[in-house]
Design a protein around this ligand. Sequence first.
Ligand SMILES: O=P(O)(O)OC[C@@H](O)[C@@H](O)c1c[nH]c2ccccc12
Length: 277
Amino acid sequence: MTLTGTVLDEIIVGVREDLAARRAEVPLAAVEERAAATAPARDARASLAGDGTTMGLIAEVKRRSPSKGALSEIPEPAVLAAAYAGAGASAISVLTEERRFGGTLADLDAVRARVEVPVLRKDFVVDPYQVTEARAHGADLVLLIVAALDDALLRDLHDQITGLGMQALVETHTEEEVERALALGADIVGVNARNLRTLDVDLDRAAALLRRIPAGPLAIGESAVAGVADVEAYAAAGADAVLVGEALVTTDDPAREAAAFRAVTRRGRPQQDGESR
Ligand SMILES: O=P(O)(O)OC[C@@H](O)[C@@H](O)c1c[nH]c2ccccc12
């Protein structure tokens, strides 16, 4: 797969450099040992599914982004995560990419230590080392970006994630990527309204893709939620949950905003032709 020159490629170059440095510092065997000593992963799918009546919410700890620059300092990620959890968030997303998003594995540790809800390691995972590392730092859910992976690696990383008792949020942005996620048997499929190659945002496009996901896997609408109306738009397209960063880290009252998103009625997806439940 050649994606030369896109934002996604550039991010991944940095991710690989940082990964090489960590690998030199902490050998895989040590990470494996720590992962083995970590409490078992929580069931993120069940938490996101909830009772099915209202929208699930993955609330994100996000300091900055390549598209928007600085969003919020978040000196204490655990305090923010506790506010999210107290407001009923189904899961907490912690960005661990440092160069563009200002996140660290220490943020993941801090959030993990504070909340009971499932925690997502949000990073550009391109190597098995990062999956082991996610488990070693207490992640329950790991993001896999289909656009960043060929099918063989996507499958290997997915198998590794489930083998460690975690679950994968398989992120897509095109019809072809949705097909690849479904072919993988992904249980939790995300549709990102932001194109990671260009950083353009298009919620209508994401809604159209969400409508293509059959009733079996959980469907997550990612990005571009500025307010309740956007969560309603994702719900109307059949999303079971939304993943929200910016709107939550830039408001004065993240808990109130999170509760409002979480309260939006879930609509479900229509059963598609030829689909058996
Ligand atoms: O801040 P927003 O627009 O609410 O978006 C959150 C989340 O969807 C976004 O941070 C995201 C989605 N997929 C990603 C992959 C890598 C980094 C970041 C992301």
